[in-house]
Design a protein around this ligand. Structure first.
Ligand code: PLP
Length: 489
């Protein structure tokens, strides 16, 4: 019996998974033995015929395993037969799959360490989850037809790298739509398609500010903006909001001037106030004076419930340093992953150059289908229907709260969008209330989770857009009961 057959324990040989051919299994065992030093450099492997007989396997399997080891440099053919090659640093090399917990790896960047909240973005869909549009009311059949048509019309050239600005017909459709419905002042050249607002925020944070510069974020505010800024190495400064929107103090301007200012002027997220005209003009003026960029996140203002949508801040002052961020996550559906930025005219060339290096774009069929969806009037029709539906669902939520919600507090927002914010008194900690609701399969989000660094608020943000009006009463009742029980524990 050769040394090698002692080494290649028959149990190991038998431990072969069904789908793995014997030659591959043998190769793996031998390679591992070489890497971890059980087979030393210079030792000769037995002749293939001998080893095959001793192991009771086909000779071809041994020959193939030896050939593969030779091709990869683990063994060499010599006058003595097949000999193990000398490998550098053999003791630190391991081909065994290493368990993550034992893996010796450099740490992740400090910038992202704080982001690890052990939560995945894709959570189970549950009633009251904020930010989800009425998925049950999306015209899927029309959309499927347009996507099918778009794929049918694509030439093979469309499968190559696509323009970083996005498909021209979609950019044209977006420019026409935002000019008409949002008062955005732009030409098609200023419109760049992105993979949604998170992508836009990340791009802006990287392209418009340097590591260590300050980003002002609304407090409470959108976690996605905080994440994008932190991951780009910016210093986040929480800025208070009141009933007129973002309210930076003179001291903030003086002592912590920003490079980026993130704001949701049409519908403050999550409290729902609208940035007043006076504040909009002042913000633009101060930004111009200090060399700051304003990121205007216009995420859900298509759904205004108390009058026509308010015009965007972007078109208010010519050549203002405003980048307008739009998304189709609410107006279509989140999984589409399409959004856009509208950049100032004077910066188009620079943006084109930078994006040309920073990003790669694709989804030509989805972009073409979305352009057709907008151009054929389905988008406007869908928005009109959803505005009506969301108004009904919000009214149902308010009625249900009036009937079943036992705690005092304010209901904030609601002039626009897909959610309401509910304040709670200090004796009902929102995280505990949300956890109790979650245990019953309901997913309001605690207001304290929207902190960007300032003092936490206490309350719940409740999405209503994806919950049929007739279920609202039952669900609110369930939630109140769950929270009551949770607090009693
Ligand atoms: C304030 C705000 N902006 C933007 C978005 C949409 O982001 P995205 O386009 O990345 O889906 C959301 C989603 O919930 C949001 O709440």
């Amino acid at each position: 019996m050769t040394d090698l057959t002692l080494l290649l324990d028959r149990r190991l040989l038998r431990a072969r998974k069904r789908a793995v051919p014997m030659q591959r299994h043998l190769y793996d065992l031998l390679r591992q033995a070489i890497l971890d030093g059980r087979l030393l450099a210079g030792s000769a492997l037995p002749a293939s015929r001998v080893l095959a007989r001793e192991l009771g396997v086909a000779r071809n399997s041994v020959i193939h395993a030896y050939d593969q080891l030779a091709a990869e440099g683990y063994v060499q053919a010599s006058r003595q037969g097949t000999v193990v090659a000398a490998l550098p640093n053999r003791q630190v090399v391991s081909a065994e799959p290493t368990h993550h917990a034992q893996m010796v790896a450099p740490a992740m960047a400090n910038r992202v360490q704080a982001l690890n909240r052990r939560r995945t973005a894709e959570q189970d869909l549950m009633p009251f989850m904020p930010g989800i549009p009425a998925l049950d009311a999306f015209p899927s059949r029309t959309w499927r037809r347009l996507v099918r048509n778009a794929w049918r019309d694509q030439s093979s050239a469309c499968l190559s790298y696509r323009p970083v600005m996005g498909e021209l017909e979609l950019r044209q459709a977006i420019a026409t739509h935002v000019r008409a419905s949002r008062g955005v002042v732009c030409s098609v050249d200023q419109v760049f398609v992105t993979n949604g607002t998170q992508d836009s925020l990340s791009l802006c944070a990287h392209a418009l500010a340097d590591v260590g510069q300050r980003a002002w974020l609304e407090h409470p505010g959108y976690g996605g903006a905080r994440v994008a800024c932190q991951a780009a190495g910016l210093r986040v400064v929480p800025v208070p909001v009141d009933e007129h929107g973002l309210a930076p103090t003179a001291a903030l301007w003086r002592h912590q001037p920003p490079r980026l200012i993130y704001t949701t002027p049409s519908h403050q997220y999550p409290l729902g106030s609208v940035l007043s005209l006076a504040r909009r003009l002042a913000l633009i003026k101060q930004a111009q004076a200090t060399g700051a960029w304003i990121l205007e996140d216009d995420y859900d203002s298509e759904f205004r419930h108390d009058g026509p949508p308010l015009a965007a801040m972007q078109g208010l002052v010519p050549n203002a340093p405003v980048v307008y961020l739009g998304t189709f996550s609410k107006s279509m559906f989140p999984a589409l992953r399409l959004g856009f930025i509208v950049v100032p005219e004077a910066t188009v060339d620079q943006w084109q150059g930078v994006l040309g290096e920073l990003v790669r774009r694709g989804q030509p069929a989805e972009q073409a289908a979305l352009a057709a969806f907008i151009n054929e009037g389905h988008f406007t029709q869908h928005l009109r229907k959803m505005r009506q539906l969301y108004a009904e669902r919000q009214a149902a939520l308010r009625e249900a709260l009036a009937r079943h919600w036992p705690w005092p507090g304010d209901v904030l927002g609601g002039a626009c969008g897909l959610h309401l914010a509910l304040t709670l008194s200090a004796d009902i900690p929102d995280a505990q209330a949300a956890a109790a609701a979650m245990a019953r399969g309901l997913s309001p989000r605690p207001l304290s989770a929207y902190g960007t660094g300032g003092a936490p608020l206490n309350g719940l943000v409740m999405g209503y857009a994806n919950l049929p009006a007739e279920q609202m009463d039952t669900r609110v009742k369930q939630m109140a009961r769950a929270i009551n029980a949770g607090l009693a524990r």
